[in-house]
Design a protein around this ligand. Structure first.
Ligand code: ATP
Length: 275
């Protein structure tokens, strides 16, 4: 054995996401309170919690739209072992599907779905003026649209797409980089029942293809069997964290929401209703 080799524990891949006592303020309020959380590469995670508990803040923190307070000591946020990222490299590693992105694209009138995917390579809402948009990039964009069942939408203006259609385009945009992980913030809002089911099936396929899923959701039935860990947030703190069968109980969810709720199992899926 090479005596200079690092001990085995140090040779593990860095975690996908690591928060170390991350404190985040929005306005004058602390909305994430010293949250420590490690998500390993390949570990599919769902994050749930009541409105305003800090789920989107968590996503924006990972995505460098918000920053944690600097307090000395270890960096409060690392992604793939790095605390400093430029936005282009980060987007390539961590695909994002979030409501803000959906809202922004739904108002852009002169951009095709294919262009929306292409400009994702430049981490922007527009293709920068002198950006090198090669035929190879366009081919990757079209392939990603096909994979997201949105190939037929490539030439359509994004602003003319329905909610579900635009969501598929955004998933294609996130996947075009072949990211290690997808950060999905309430990805099925506005989708009809069929589109939602199709989306959930897409999640399963992505997970099986090795893309780590970090899914923020209000819907227990989106927690696909591949997701082996659930984090509950309450008032900016981790309220529970563990395997779905331990965390998604009637008692824990009733305590989380402060209402009598009942969790039922339907095969590998969970459903939430009133007790
Ligand atoms: N721009 C802002 N300025 C001030 N406070 C904000 C801002 N955005 C969010 N907040 C507050 O931060 C807290 C966390 O909001 P966040 O959007 O992270 O919650 P969430 O869990 O994603 O909620 P929801 O389920 O409603 O989407 C809330 O109290 C919210 O009011």
């Amino acid at each position: 054995m090479d005596p200079a080799a690092p001990p085995l524990a140090d040779r593990r891949p860095p975690p996908l996401i690591e928060l170390e006592r991350a404190r985040v303020m929005r306005g004058s309020e602390v909305v994430l309170h010293d949250v420590s959380l490690r998500i390993d590469q390949g570990q599919h995670v769902a994050i749930l919690g009541p409105n305003g508990c800090g789920k989107s803040t968590f996503v924006k923190l990972i995505n460098r739209e918000l920053y944690a307070l600097a307090r000395g000591g270890p960096p409060p946020v690392t992604v793939l072992g790095q605390s400093r990222w430029d936005v282009f490299s980060l987007r390539a590693q961590l695909g994002l599907v979030a409501p803000d992105l959906h809202r922004d694209f739904s108002t852009v009138t002169d951009l095709s779905a294919e262009d929306a995917v292409v400009c994702g390579f430049f981490a922007s809402l527009r293709t920068p003026l002198h950006a090198p948009v090669t035929e190879a990039l366009r081919a990757r964009a079209r392939a990603a649209l096909e994979e997201s069942a949105a190939g037929h939408l490539a030439a359509r203006p994004v602003a003319s797409l329905s909610t579900g259609e635009l969501r598929r385009v955004l998933i294609a945009r996130a996947l075009a980089h072949h990211p290690q992980a997808l950060l999905l913030d309430e990805p099925t809002t506005g989708l009809d029942i069929v589109a939602r089911r199709q989306f959930v099936e897409t999640l399963r396929t992505l997970a099986r293809h090795g893309i780590t899923l970090v899914l923020v959701t209000h819907h227990l039935d989106e927690i696909v069997p591949e997701i082996g860990r659930v984090v509950l947030l309450r008032e900016g703190r981790v309220f529970a964290d563990g395997p779905p069968e331990e965390v998604l109980t009637s008692a824990k969810l009733s305590a989380l929401y402060g209402q009598p709720l009942r969790v039922d199992r339907d095969g590998a899926y969970f459903r939430l209703g009133w007790a």
